[in-house]
Design a protein. Sequence first.
Length: 275
Amino acid sequence: MDFDTVAGELYGGDLAEFVSARNKAAKAAKAEGDAELAKRIQQLRKPTTAAAIVNGLARDDSDQLRELAELGAELRDAHTRLAGDELRALTRRRGELVRRILHELPSMSDTVSREVEATLEAVAAEPDTAALALAGRLTSVAHQDTDQWFSLAASVPPVTGKRPRKLVDKAEPAEPKRDHRREEEERARARAERERLRKEAAERDKERAVAERDLVRTERAAEQATARVDDLRERLAEAEERAGRAKAEFETAKAAFDEADAAAAAARKAADAAR
């Protein structure tokens, strides 16, 4: 028994049986004397339904999932280079690819569908998430800020007081007289709006983090309760087995007693008759 084999079987198995299968594997490892392996197995987290669906894509050797991960690398490169046109084109490809993957999946609830979509977007946004997804070892919806550069208005150059070289090269030789005061007011409004959106996003992130902690806590409590139930069921089965053996032994002893009692009665009767 080795960790990768066990993990592969768990994440590739029935989601409803994950906890009991994990506990059984951990118990088997412990019985073999490998306490460290048992501990590592016990720490494996049950994947959410959305994560299990994405893991399933990896097990099916999905070309689209690999394409999405590769597209993420291209998007990050385009973002680093501030290649606006390329970034917009890649973002459109990302959206189309995610929608195509979702369309080809079996029917699911709106909630799960949204979680799967968020996870697929995270695969394109975060290399670590992509690696876990491609390995089929994703456990929950990734929470990286996937919109921090997907939604970047790449066509708007940074406010530096100078126009980017690419735009200068395309500019007309003569420009109309600029209203600097108006431009400054517009930039101030844009800065205020960006700050408002940043604060709003930060607040949503806090709420999401709290919800995530609650989810993890309740999920862990459920897993512990399930493990306790499994343990009690196992102990009950052992107790029932012992009770069965005791009953069989009792029946055997009772039969032996009845036989001895009958023999004794016969002997007494024979003794009485011989007097």
